[in-house]
Ligand binder design. Structure first.
Ligand code: BES
Ligand code: ZN
Length: 485
């Protein structure tokens, strides 16, 4: 046995980790083992497999590889998750698999018709268009650039100004700094009036990238469109005066393009702090109309029940008329966007996407991902509507008025001899509907076309506490707590 040759072989094996060219643009990651092996066959210069465990690999990747990967994924896999160091990559392989069984029950009710209709009517595609162009005009939002940082700081200013414009004192905007990128994420919080510790989150990524050089990465569809979409949905909620019962957060993630970095850090810290996130919607690429249907729900790395809920929203609110839209399903086959960060931490996430995976925008990650490709933001506006429906129905609005406030608005509602009596002052808008919900939010009674005054029997309702909501003819909603004995 020639020990010298054996020793040389051993050395060579140890040297493997630096086979991929070590440049400033290389990084550590974890990814599916089959994808890593396939990539190693095809691009041995751009990937080094550091360690394997079960069906996962810790790798060292060049940035060029990540762009090649993206082209390849149109066929299948691979995506990767950024890791800050070799140690982190290898120890990530040994992390216990995420526990997915402890998800919070999802409130499945669809009850807020009047509010949702108002919100849908106020979504404006021009606002989305202008915002996409604003973001495109940074030239690049590549996570290490100054303009990426500026885009985050200025998005914070924009969101703060928007909240101020509608006198929202319940809104805060913060920059979240990260460990693995100099770019901060931006988070807008609308504090829940009833259950502030339950969170409903919508997000998209603010950074961009380009295989033609990261100084020219307009990222209009990927993902200025998503940021503009969630911004317009939030603005619509402000315009109609929607006050959520649960806390809503709107997130613009940093450094998604290099491996979901911003969202991964945020989702991990929410998990570590035991934050009760009820549901997460991801909006990444909303304005390229590349397929026959409008919206495609990505089925992998998402929650099947939340996906069904999104489809029910469309079934309820978007069947016919000016807000009609159609949907289908698709798959990425890898953790292709920030929904995967939340999914990994065991939270429910959905990802409504602009087209089927294979028909999605071919210009992303190039200098030509610009707004002029679509020319209007009508496709994105459909996503803003879905986003508003989701936020309103999951976060709900049970801002309950006190009796004096209720009467100050010109209405009376009281129980007498097993009848519910209602009255609107002649100066107030007539009553279109009265609905009663039990404390679990279940609708137990709805009466329509009531006009100014009258009463109806409630003798069939069990005793207990109810929330009564008056919807006026001018589509305002006023709620009041009622006790039925
Ligand atoms: N917006 C894309 C994801 C995407 C592209 C989804 C095309 C569906 C169709 C996202 O910004 C992205 O580029 N993701 C990376 C993977 C990530 C882990 C770095 C990708 O797809 O290469
Ligand atoms: Zn991208």
């Amino acid at each position: 046995m020639n020990y010298k040759i054996f020793f040389l072989f051993g050395l060579l094996a140890c040297w493997q980790p630096i086979a991929a060219q070590h440049t400033a643009h290389s990084f550590y990651a974890t990814m599916a083992l089959i994808d890593a092996e396939e990539l190693q066959e095809e691009h041995p210069q751009d990937i080094t497999i550091l360690a394997k465990r079960r069906n996962e690999a810790a790798v060292f990747l060049t940035e060029k590889a990540s762009h090649q990967l993206h082209k390849k994924v149109l066929a299948h896999g691979p995506g990767y998750i950024f890791q800050p160091s070799q140690d982190a990559a290898i120890s990530a392989l040994h992390q216990a698999p995420t526990v997915t069984s402890k998800k919070m029950p999802l409130p499945f009710s669809i009850t807020e018709d009047a509010t949702v209709l108002q919100a849908l009517n106020s979504i404006n595609a021009d606002n989305i268009e202008n915002h996409i162009k604003e973001l495109e005009n940074y030239g690049t939002r590549y996570h290490t650039t100054n303009s990426a940082r500026r885009s985050a700081e200025e998005l914070k200013d924009k969101w703060e100004a928007m909240a101020a414009q509608y006198d929202r004192t319940d809104v805060r905007v913060r920059l979240v700094t990260h460990t693995n990128t100099p770019m901060p994420s931006v988070v807008m919080t609308i504090e829940g009036a009833v259950s502030p510790n339950d969170y409903v989150i919508v997000g998209g990524h603010l950074d961009s990238t380009s295989s033609q050089g990261n100084n020219n990465a307009p990222g209009a569809d990927d993902d200025a469109s998503g940021i503009a979409t969630i911004t317009e949905a939030a603005r619509a909620l402000f315009e109609i005066g929607f006050q959520p019962e649960k806390t809503i957060e709107v997130m613009a993630y940093a450094a998604e393009e290099i491996g979901l970095v911003g969202s991964a850090e945020i989702a991990k810290s929410y998990r570590n702090n035991n934050v009760n996130v009820v549901a997460v919607g991801q909006f990444d690429m909303t304005n390229y109309n590349g397929s026959t249907e409008d919206i495609y729900f990505i089925e992998d790395n998402t929650d099947p029940e939340l996906n069904s809920f999104f489809k029910s929203l469309i079934g309820h609110y978007n069947q016919t008329g000016e807000h009609a839209l159609t949907y289908s399903t698709s798959v990425c086959n890898y953790g292709c966007s920030d929904h995967a960060s939340w999914h990994r931490e065991g939270y429910r996430a959905s990802f409504p996407f602009e087209a089927s995976f294979s028909n999605s925008n071919p210009r992303i990650h190039t200098a030509s991902d610009t707004f002029d490709l679509s020319g209007t933001a009508t496709h994105a506006a459909k996503f803003a509507k879905l986003c508003a429906e989701f936020l309103i129905e999951v976060a709900k609005n049970q801002a309950v008025l006190s009796v004096p406030d209720f009467e100050k608005e010109g209405y009376q509602l009281f129980v007498q001899a097993q009848n519910l009596h209602y009255k609107a002052l002649q100066t107030a808008s007539p009553i279109d509907q009265i609905s009663l919900k039990d404390v679990s939010g279940k609708s137990v009674l709805i009466k329509n076309k009531l006009a100014f005054s009258g009463n109806f029997s409630i003798s069939n309702l069990p005793t207990g506490v109810y929330i009564a909501t008056i919807t006026t003819e001018n589509k305002r909603q006023l709620s009041k707590k009622m006790v039925i004995r």
